[in-house]
Structures are given as C-alpha cells and as structure tokens.
Design a binder for this molecule. Structure first.
Ligand code: HGY
Ligand code: MN
Ligand code: MN
Length: 410
C-alpha cells in the first residue's frame, strides 16, 4: 500500500473512545472525569496501559502532564508532539479532549503495525486540567509554556477546598521529569469543533487559524438580608436582583456588538431561602473575544456596569479576575500542513477560528502549533449529548496521521 493510502483503524479508535468513556460514565452518555479525580487517575492508568507497547519513553512532569515518546530514525532531531486532555467538565461528553489523545494513540498503533519509522520522534501528551473545572487557574499546559509556575498550580485550591498537589499525589501522577529536556519541533491538536460551523457547511475538517482570548472572573455582590414580606422594595439591597440586572445589561451590550461572547455559568446565593431577600451573590463570568483590545475593553465596560448597578441597588461589589488567556494565532507552517493534507485526502475543509480555548493555545506560546477540528452534532459540547460519528472521527484522525507524518519527515 502507498503511504498516502494509509488510514487509521476506524473501529479500533471508536472502541477505545467508548471504553475510555466508561470511566466517569454519567447518565445520557455523559462523562464526568474532573481533573485529578479518581476517574481522571483511572483514565491516565488506562492510557498508560494501552500506549506502553508503542513508545520508548514515558515521563510525567510536576503538575501531572504526561508525555509518551516514540523515538524516530534520527534520534538527534527534535520530536513532533500531539495530544489534548483526558479531564472533562463536571457534566461533560465523550469526545472533548479525549478524542485528541486517543487519536494520537491510534496514529502510533497504525505506524507500528505498518512498520513505519519516521525521521523525527513522535510524542503523545495528555495535558493536566485543561478544563479548569475544579482548579482555576491551573492548566498543566500553561506550566509547560511558562505562563504560570508549577508552584502556583500545585497550590491551587478548588471551591470545595481540595488542594491540587495533594489530589495529584493521591492519583499517583505527581511527577518530577520536567519536560524542558524535550526538544519539540511542532505541536498539533485534534479536537471536536464544539460549535456548529462544520456541520452547518457539511465539511469534514476545520483547519484552525487561531482562538479567542478569554477572561474568567468571579463577581461578588453584598446586599442586606431581610424579610421577603416586610421590607419595602425601595429600601432593599437585594444582591440577586442586582446580579440579574448586571447580567442582563452586560448581555444587551454584547448583543449590539459584532463579536465577543459572555457566559454566566455559576451562581451561589445566600441565604438561598425563598422568603429572605438575598444578602450575597457570587457568580462566575466567562468573557471571550478574538481581539485583545476588544477583550480588554469588554472587561472594563463590564466592571463599570457592575459598579454602577451595584450602587443603584445599595450593594457593594468585588470583581476577582480568575484567569486571562490572550487570543491565539496558530503557526502558518502548521496550518499549511493541515490544509495541504486535507486537500491530499480530498476532505471538505475550511480555515476557521476556534471559539473554545485549548491546550494548543498555551503550547503555541513556545512551539509552532496547529489544530484540526472535526464536526460535532448540533455543535454541542460540555454536555452529555456531545456526539461525533465514527466516520467524522476517522477522517480527523487520518488528517492527524498524515499531518504528523509530514512534520516528522526531515
Ligand atoms: O472553555 C473552553 O474553551 C475549553 O473547552 N475548556
Ligand atoms: Mn477540550
Ligand atoms: Mn472543554
């Protein structure tokens, strides 16, 4: 068979995804495998068991990033790295992250069974805590790219008080092999799109050009508790009424703009009783924009809105920035390899930005990086109904196989 005709094994890839989805299985095909949970530990163990026969070296760094290296024919050359993340949102799906990890395993299996040894070594990486669903800010890939220190991540605490370093030790992935010994030529990440563009245009592949920047923040509003029946409306300092007006006002501002998104996905209300005026609200805000200046402007405009509406409601406010990730432009040479591979394999494709953030956005800070998208059903992700067909995943993994092979040629 000619190399160009080589494909991954579609059913083996699908079966590995379905077996991995059993770990942290949740109702309606969901997966709950939060970073550093017991389930995350089991998923890491299973990946290690599966990949052992196909690699020459494994290393785990201080924050739990896992690297598996298959040496190339020319061991003095830098390796090409590819991967994604095994952790999921608290109520996540079967494909976000894990598809990009198991597709690299499938590429290694395919090369092995066809006795193909590439010039450059090929590495698989499982990044720790990409979702930051429990620990934020604490992305493993952010440590790898030098954006935050391993100490900051190891000391990070979840909202339930869990300590990152302690949880990492408990699952046995507190490593010590800093990846600085790794020489990396390029990094590719394969991921479901998590949006509706490819499906709507009946395309197979997204050649990702970059990603939006993101600011996450916690907004605390302090009002005054009171009896729901006796306090006249004009005398209230109702923290929940204040929060509702802020969120609605911020949404109206964004709806008038061309781009940018804002989500409030978490809210704690005290004392959280039907017949007591809420005295305190803490809500989590996620703001994104493809442009740095616009992102900064949005943050400032929202801060002004929070302040003026808080005054109107006789509430005090505090805004804590939890994380900031700048917009990303991926490396032209990586984008071109993915695009030329899509043409060669005659898959329908388009160049497109990513609405979601990925480990690739962090890695791109220090290593030439590219991303490949595949469609997902109704563009849904971060939800149990997340779905991609075996055929869609097969095409994505084939693009990964041939793009990586191209990059691994001297
Ligand atoms: O939130 C994101 O964009 C990523 O999926 N964690
Ligand atoms: Mn992801
Ligand atoms: Mn995600």
């Amino acid at each position: 068979m000619k190399f160009n005709e080589l494909t991954v094994n579609s059913s083996r890839l699908w079966e590995s995804l379905m077996e991995m989805a059993e770990i942290g299985k949740a109702p309606e095909n969901g997966v709950s495998r939060p970073a550093l949970s017991k389930e995350d530990g089991e998923a890491r163990d299973l990946l290690t068991e599966w990949i052992k026969p196909f690699v020459d070296e494994m290393m785990v760094d201080e924050v739990g990033n896992m690297f598996f290296i298959k040496q190339g024919a020319k061991s003095d050359l830098p390796i090409v790295l590819s991967g994604s993340h095994l952790d999921t949102q608290l109520h996540g799906g079967r494909f976000d992250g894990v598809f990009g990890v198991l597709a690299v395993l499938e590429v290694l299996r395919t090369l092995h069974e066809n006795q193909i040894l590439l010039d450059h070594g090929l590495g698989l990486v499982n990044w720790s805590n990409e979702e930051e669903a429990r620990f934020c800010p604490a992305m493993g890939s952010a440590v790898f790219s030098g954006k935050i220190s391993s100490g900051q991540v190891l000391d990070c605490r979840a909202s339930d008080g869990s300590h990152y370093g302690t949880c990492l030790k408990q699952i046995g992935y507190d490593g010590n092999r800093l990846p600085s010994s790794l020489k990396v030529k390029a990094y590719l990440e394969l991921h479901i799109e998590q949006g509706p563009v490819l499906e709507n245009e009946s395309l197979d592949i997204g050649v990702v050009t970059g990603a939006q920047g993101q600011i996450t923040m916690d907004v605390t509003l302090q009002g005054v508790a009171g009896h729901a029946g006796t306090v006249p409306m004009r005398l209230r300092a109702d923290a929940l009424a204040c929060a509702s007006e802020i969120i609605s006002q911020c949404r109206s501002m964004l709806l008038k703009k061309e781009d940018g998104v804002m989500t409030v996905g978490t809210m704690e209300v005290e004392p959280n009783s039907r017949s007591t005026i809420p005295s305190k609200v803490v809500f989590g805000m996620d703001i994104r924009n493809p442009n740095s200046e616009s992102l900064e402007q949005l943050k400032n405009q929202f801060a002004e809105t929070i302040s003026s509406i808080s005054q109107k409601h006789n509430c005090t406010n505090n805004v804590e920035i939890r994380s900031f990730k700048p917009p990303t432009e991926f490396d032209d040479s990586c984008v071109e390899v993915i695009e030329s591979t899509s043409k060669k394999l005659q898959y329908g494709y388009k160049r497109m930005p990513s609405g979601a953030f990925h480990d690739a956005c962090m890695v791109n800070e220090i290593i030439p990086t590219g991303m490949i998208f595949t469609p997902c059903l109704n563009g849904v992700s971060h939800h149990p109904s997340e779905y991609a067909s075996q055929e869609q995943l097969f095409k994505g993994a084939n693009i990964l196989l041939h793009s990586l092979s191209e990059l691994c040629r001297k």
